[in-house]
Design a protein around this ligand. Structure first.
Ligand code: BGC
Ligand code: MG
Length: 548
C-alpha cells in the first residue's frame, strides 16, 4: 500500500492575526508565524492550516475576502509568504490555506462591478434575482446573527444571494467563468508552494440556488475538477473539505461512486466530533461506538480529519434536541456560552472545567480515533475563552506565549491588539502560557508533545482499519487498529471511576503487547494478558505488533 503523507500528518490550525505579532502593530503576522515555526515543529505538528490571510475588511475574521491573489497588508506581503513556505519546508512542515470560494466580501471589486451595471461582464459572477425571492428569510448559516439569504441591493435594483452574512455575497457557481477564476486562484497558491487547501463551506461552494423555489442543487463534479487542477499542478497536494452534511451525502465529496477516489481527499469528521462531545458529557462511550460503527466507508485514499474544537462554535447540529441539551447542560450551562442555537463558543479546557486528567483523556481519545488529527493553536497549553467578545471571537484570542506584556503576543498598547488577551481568571495568560509550561515537566504542553511524538510511532491510526471491541463497560472504549505497519490497542475511560477491562477478545496469538503511552505508570503488562486496570479518565496505548 502506498503511503499517503496526509494520513500521517498532524494538522496545527493557526489564526495568523492572533498568533505572533512581529512588528508591534497589534496584529499577528507572517513574520511572527515564521519566528514560531520551530515551536510548531517541536511540538510535533507537521501541517499548518492558516485561516484566511487575504486582504479583508475583517467583518468575518478574514472569511470576507477582497483579493484572492494577495496577503492582507497587516499580515505581511507575498514575499513574506514565500519566506514562510521556505522556512516551513526547511523544518519538514507543510502549509495549507483556507480556500473561501463560496462568497467574496461585498467590498470585492468583482461584486462592486457586478452591482454597478447589468452590462458588466462580472454581473453574472454573483446570484441575482429581479423578483423578491419567496424564501428570502430561509437557509441562513448563522441563525440569529444573519437576516435571511437574499438582500436587496439598491444600486443593482435586484436581490443578491448570500448563504452567510449579507456582506458576503455568494459567487455564482453556475458560471464557468467563476470556476475558471477559482482554478487560477488554486493554481496561484500551489505555485507559491502550499501543500493543499481547506475548502471552506464546501456544500455551498458548489450549489446553485433557485430564487423561485428556495431550493439549491449541488454540482459535485466541480470537486473532481479541483482534484484535477491539483494533480496537474502539484501531485501530492490535498483538499480538506468542510462539509457538515448528512451521511447519505458525505461520500459525494470524496468519490463519484464505485469506490473511486476522484474528488476531494480529506473530510472533517463532524459526525464524530459531535458524538465525542456527547460521550464526554454522558461519560458513556456509546455515542462514539455508534459513530464508528456507522461511519460511511471511505474509498482507500480518502481520509477523515478528527478534531475536538475548531475555530468555529462546537457544532452540535447533528445531535437530537435532547442530546444537544445534555451537552449544553454539561459544557455550556450559560446562554452566553452558546451560539446560533446549535453550538458552544468555548475552548475545550474551560469546557472541561480545567480538569487536567479529563483534558488528557479527551485529547488522547481524539488523537487515537481513525483519521488525521487537528490541533487548534492554544489547545496544547489549555487556553480559555473570552465570552465578552462577540460570537466566535471568544475563542480567537491571542496565543499566550509568556507572562510578558500582552502574553508575549505583541508589544503594541493593549488597546491596539486585534483582540484582547485573556487577562483574568483561571486562564489568565500569567497562569497559562508557553514559557511557564516549558519549564514545568508536568505541564500540558510537554504532555502534548509527548503524545504527538508517540503518535508518530503509531501510523496505524491514520491508515489502518479500526475495530471497536465490546468491553461491557459503558464508560470504556476499546479499539484496535490492524494494518500493514502493525497493530495497536487503545483503552479509554471517559468516567472518573477506575475499571478493569477484559482485553482477551482484542488480542490474537501473534500479538506481543507492550505499553507505549498511558495516563499513569501501570507497571509491566501482566502475562498472560487477560485483564487490564484503567484509572478514572485513564487511557492506555498498547502496541501489539510492529512490522519493521
Ligand atoms: C467557516 C467560518 C466562516 C464561514 C463563512 C465557515 O464554514 O468555518 O469561520 O465564518 O465559513 O466563510
Ligand atoms: Mg503585526
Amino acid at each position: 500500500m502506498a503511503e499517503r503523507w496526509y494520513k500521517r500528518a498532524v494538522i496545527y490550525s493557526v489564526e495568523v492575526d492572533a498568533f505572533q505579532d512581529s512588528n508591534g502593530d497589534g496584529v499577528g503576522d507572517l513574520r511572527g508565524l515564521i519566528s514560531r515555526l520551530d515551536y510548531i515543529a517541536g511540538l510535533g505538528a507537521t501541517y499548518i492550516w492558516l485561516n484566511p490571510i487575504h486582504p479583508t475588511p475583517g467583518k468575518d475574521d478574514g472569511y470576507d475576502v477582497t483579493d484572492y491573489y494577495q496577503v492582507d497588508p497587516r499580515l505581511g506581503t507575498l514575499g513574506d509568504f514565500v519566506d514562510l513556505i521556505d522556512a516551513a519546508n526547511d523544518r519538514g512542515l507543510r502549509v495549507m490555506l483556507d480556500l473561501v470560494i463560496n462568497h467574496t466580501s461585498d467590498q470585492h471589486p468583482w461584486f462592486q462591478a457586478s452591482r454597478r451595471s447589468r452590462d458588466s461582464s462580472l454581473r453574472d459572477w454573483y446570484v441575482w434575482s429581479d423578483e423578491e425571492p419567496a424564501h428570502k428569510d430561509e437557509g441562513a448559516a448563522f441563525p440569529g446573527e444573519q437576516h435571511g439569504t437574499w438582500t436587496k441591493d439598491r444600486r443593482a435594483k435586484a436581490w443578491y444571494f448570500h448563504r452567510f452574512y449579507d456582506f458576503e455575497p455568494s459567487l455564482n457557481h453556475a458560471n464557468p467563468a467563476v470556476w475558471d477564476e477559482i482554478r487560477r486562484i488554486v493554481t496561484f497558491w500551489l505555485h507559491l508552494g502550499v501543500a493543499g487547501f481547506r475548502m471552506d463551506a464546501a456544500p455551498f461552494s458548489i450549489e446553485h440556488p433557485d430564487p423561485r423555489t428556495g431550493s439549491a442543487s449541488r454540482d459535485y463534479d466541480r470537486l473532481r475538477d479541483i482534484r484535477r487542477w491539483l494533480s496537474w499542478t502539484q501531485g501530492d497536494a490535498i483538499v480538506l473539505a468542510e462539509a457538515n452534511v448528512p451521511d447519505d451525502e458525505i461520500l459525494r465529496y470524496v468519490s463519484s461512486g464505485h469506490d473511486n477516489d476522484d474528488r476531494l481527499h480529506v473530510l472533517f469528521n463532524f459526525r464524530l466530533n459531535a458524538r465525542i462531545a456527547l460521550a464526554l458529557a454522558r461519560r458513556d462511550v456509546r455515542p462514539i461506538v455508534w459513530a464508528l460503527d456507522t461511519a460511511p466507508q471511505l474509498p482507500e485514499n480518502a481520509q477523515w480529519a478528527t478534531f475536538i474544537r475548531n475555530h468555529d462554535e462546537e457544532d452540535l447540529s447533528q445531535l437530537t434536541d435532547e442530546e444537544r441539551d445534555e451537552v449544553f447542560a454539561a459544557f455550556a450551562p450559560e446562554e452566553s456560552m452558546r451560539l446560533y442555537g446549535r453550538g458552544i463558543r468555548r475552548r475545550l479546557a474551560p469546557m472541561l472545567g480545567g480538569d487536567r486528567r479529563w483534558l488528557e483523556l479527551a485529547y488522547s481519545l481524539q488523537f487515537t480515533l481513525p483519521g488525521t488529527p487537528i490541533l487548534r493553536y492554544g489547545q496544547e497549553i489549555g487556553m480559555g475563552e473570552d465570552l465578552r467578545l462577540k460570537q466566535r471571537d471568544a475563542i480567537r484570542t491571542p496565543m499566550q506565549w509568556s507572562d510578558a506584556i500582552n502574553a508575549g503576543f505583541s508589544t503594541a498598547p493593549a488597546d491596539r491588539l486585534i483582540r484582547p488577551v485573556i487577562a483574568e481568571g483561571d486562564f489568565d495568560y500569567r497562569r497559562i502560557n508557553v514559557a511557564a509550561q516549558r519549564r514545568d515537566e508536568s505541564s500540558l504542553l510537554l504532555w502534548m508533545s509527548r503524545l504527538l511524538r508517540t503518535l508518530r510511532e503509531c501510523p496505524e491510526i491514520g491508515d489502518s482499519s479500526c475495530d471497536v471491541l465490546e468491553t461491557g463497560i459503558p464508560s470504556v472504549l476499546m479499539h484496535r487498529f490492524t494494518g500493514p505497519h502493525g497493530a495497536m490497542l487503545f483503552l479509554h475511560n471517559v468516567a472518573d471511576i477506575p475499571r478493569t477491562v477484559d482485553v482477551t477478545r482484542a488480542l490474537t496469538a501473534e500479538d506481543a503487547p507492550s505499553e507505549s503511552f498511558a495516563d499513569d505508570d501501570y507497571g509491566a503488562l501482566p502475562q498472560p494478558l487477560v485483564t487490564l486496570p484503567i484509572n478514572g479518565y485513564g487511557y492506555r496505548w498498547i502496541r501489539l505488533r510492529f512490522v519493521p
